[in-house]
Design a protein around this ligand. Sequence first.
Ligand code: HMG
Ligand code: MG
Length: 300
Amino acid sequence: MLPAKVNIVEVGARDGLQNENAVTLADKVRLIDQLSLSGLKHIEAGSFVSPKWVPQMADSEQVFQQIKQQQGVIYSALTPNLAGLERAIESGVKQIAIFGSASESFSQKNINCSIAQSLTRFEPVIELAQQHNIPVRGYLSCTMVCPYEGEISATQTTFIANTLFDMGCYEISLGDTVGKGTPNRVEALLSQLLQQLPNDAIAVHFHDTYGQALANIYQALLMGINTIDSAVAGLGGCPYAKGASGNVATEDVLYLCENLGIETGVDLDAINRAGWQICQSLDKQPASKVALALGDPNSL
Ligand code: HMG
Ligand code: MG
């Protein structure tokens, strides 16, 4: 049965812009401020990773300083280690996310350590966050397919997702990092995982490289998942996942949910406007089919 309501986690300002070189601090702040007025309740606004690894996110301190935070909206950030968490705390961040991988090769490429080392590294991060009453979200990449290893078993992903949950993550966001998943794989993964974790502890984070994200989300919705990560204008990609393109577009998810009778609380027109505007700064078209169908409201 489909859920009556979904939570959208807007990741465009992080997952999207971590992949863009031509974006200014002012563009980021304007995008987040626009998203803040759309009804979204969770916006991932930055990433306190090594600036040597991802220079595009090096200004996350300034982003958090300059955005106008609206009441009732969570502004979260990625923190791969204690150094990242300390920077986030200094910036007054109220919610963080750690990010691991279900595939060994991707773990090495993305965070320069094995899965086991990453879990050890996350322990003090979760502990310090808990001391500061900062909820921790756990991302898991390559939950179905890895760009280096191919198919990842549902058993492997379930085991690591469960471990992150037991370590104190309130929610595990399942990444289809390279967008190669299909509904049958989503079904196989969620069937196993839902035997161990409640549906409200699971989110889906699907990239749309192969055009499967909406079909995969529909499958997840049918199985009771009610938190969806998406990126305005379909921005996104991971610099350490060869061939990964953008996240599923928020506009497309909103259109799907609205027409399925699922409440999102988010204003599609406001997202569409913000999407066209950031794309104008990036000198590209939105990757969202719905945005293209609706057209650019800023040019009317
Ligand atoms: P490392 O090189 O092994 O770390 O990287 P290190 O501890 O040896 O540090 C190297 C240098 O970075 C040192 O500086 C540190 O001080 C500095 P140096 O002494 O050389 O001058 N450093 C930092 N500086 C600022 N903030 C920090 C920080 N940490 C170290 N937090 C590390 C390990 C994890 C740091 C690195 O691999 C890294 O930052 N990786 C992040 C990669 C990334 O951001 N990928 C994209 C996000 S994940 C994603 O997109 C997937 C997701 O969307 C889900 C999905 O789609 O699947 C979430
Ligand atoms: Mg991602």
